[in-house]
Design a protein around this ligand. Structure first.
Ligand code: OAD
Length: 247
């Protein structure tokens, strides 16, 4: 039934894999100040503190216990089996979508596993922790790499591609995101404007839940596989998915 789908994911999709979200109880922003660890000014002031913050995230991702969960796997299955076009846009800097097998994927807030040359913007895959002593191989003299992470006040990655996908999609699904950070929080408005069906999957009614035509409340790992099954069977999404999830 659907031809073009855009899925937006946030920290909530990785929560059941053991990664902390930002704004839930015990979220990362309770312990860290955004202006210290997620702004260019914070990095200029204290690069080592920012390095420590992202390296803790990197370490967690590589500690052997963190794996993609059923929601990541279901989205990879959708990409493999869906006849139409799918784009997964993630705000997450972890690599759990890739590990699950997603390829048509855009990391709009960057990637924990890469460093970036501040001059050429070329990215470099990191085989270990990020370090402020890593340098690029694209410039002479070599530049100190910065984390390949979009900080507050910076432009997210791939907005043209995302905009085009939103303009032409017939289904937009937001999974595990609080809807507080723009421009991602406004994607639902664009999708609605272009006549797409809009669906939110979240444990709670998130800030912008009223903008979605369907709000499916529950764990991403339970709801997303059902949602994917429904799409692959050519059914139109309805709140039946929610009812099924609740048992
Ligand atoms: P948030 O921490 O703001 O929101 C996480 C959302 O996931 C909340 O609405 C939770 O209710 C929901 N959630 C938690 N566990 C869930 C589960 N198992 N199933 C379904 N939903 C669940 O994270 P984001 O919205 O991703 O940006 O945050 C957006 C951006 O703010 C991040 O990319 C980051 C942050 O500051 C930058 O650092 C630039």
């Amino acid at each position: 039934m659907y031809r073009q789908i855009v899925v937006l994911t946030g920290a909530g999709i990785s929560a059941e894999s053991g990664l902390r979200t930002f704004r839930d109880q015990d979220g990362l922003w309770e312990e860290h100040k955004i202006e210290d660890v997620a702004t260019p000014e914070g990095y200029q002031r204290d690069p080592e503190m920012v390095e420590r913050f992202y390296n803790e995230r990197w370490q967690q991702l590589h500690d052997g216990n963190v794996e993609p969960n059923a929601a990541h796997l279901a989205l990879a299955r959708l990409e493999n089996e869906f006849d139409g076009q799918l784009l997964v846009v993630t705000q997450n800097i972890d690599d759990l979508h890739e590990r699950a097998g997603s390829r048509r994927l855009l990391h709009m807030h960057g990637e924990l596993t890469k460093g970036r040359c501040p001059r050429s913007q070329q990215t470099f895959l990191l085989t270990d922790h990020f370090s402020v002593h890593h340098t690029c191989t694209c410039c002479i003299p070599a530049q100190r790499l910065r984390p390949h992470v979009v900080w507050f006040g910076e432009m997210p990655i791939g907005l043209d591609r995302i905009q085009h996908a939103l303009d032409t999609c017939d289904l937009f699904i937001a999974i595990g995101t609080s809807g507080t950070v723009y421009p991602a929080a406004g994607f639902v408005d664009t999708a609605n404007h272009h006549g797409a069906q809009t669906v939110e999957v979240n444990l709670i009614e998130a800030d912008r839940h009223s903008q979605f035509q369907y709000h499916l409340q529950g764990k991403a790992s339970e709801i997303v596989p059902q949602l994917v099954e429904q799409i692959l069977q050519g059914q139109i999404i309805s709140d039946q998915v929610n009812l099924a999830a609740q048992g």
